[in-house]
Design a protein around this ligand. Structure first.
Ligand SMILES: [Fe+2]
Ligand SMILES: [Fe+2]
Length: 152
């Protein structure tokens, strides 16, 4: 069954978000000053690449080959944590920003799931959405264990 216009638009929006997430997490892996956080961010970048591949695959199968402006990208090389003090950024900020991103992406996938006509596409989007919730949980735990997210 061909993609509806709604499916196409929502998948393209989510693919755009995935490309931004890949950049963000590779940049944050390089900028964070904590080895464990570097690993968290680079693992997330790898997962977002899988998501982008899935979404791009759906679009390609439907004859849509539009290039996204954030698709082509060269990742930062090496450790750039020394730039934290220059630009006033902290590990807590990187984590919190990533958590907000995952909250946004999770609800964006929710919309895409609910607007899916094709049951197979719906299933793939549900799977990704569940993984995004997992990302939010990982980031929440990383913040909470460091005392940067207080739940009273
Ligand atoms: Fe993702
Ligand atoms: Fe994610």
């Amino acid at each position: 069954m061909p993609l509806t216009n709604k499916e196409k638009t929502l998948i393209e929006d989510n693919l755009n978000a995935e490309y931004l997430c890949i950049r963000k997490y590779e940049q944050y892996a390089s900028m964070s000053s904590d080895a464990q956080l570097k690993q968290v961010f680079s693992d997330l970048a790898t997962k977002e690449m899988e998501h982008a591949t899935t979404l791009k695959g759906i679009l390609t199968q439907n004859g849509i080959a539009k290039q996204n402006i954030f698709e082509s990208y060269s990742k930062p090389q090496g450790d750039l944590s020394n730039m934290q003090s220059d630009i006033g950024i902290t590990d807590a900020q990187l984590l919190n920003d990533a958590l907000i991103t995952e909250k946004h992406v999770t609800s964006s996938y929710n919309t895409a799931v609910l607007e899916s006509m094709d049951p197979n596409i719906r299933k793939q989007l549900q799977h990704i959405q569940q993984e995004e919730q997992g990302h939010a949980e990982t980031l929440f735990n990383a913040m909470h264990s460091r005392g940067w997210y207080t739940v009273s």
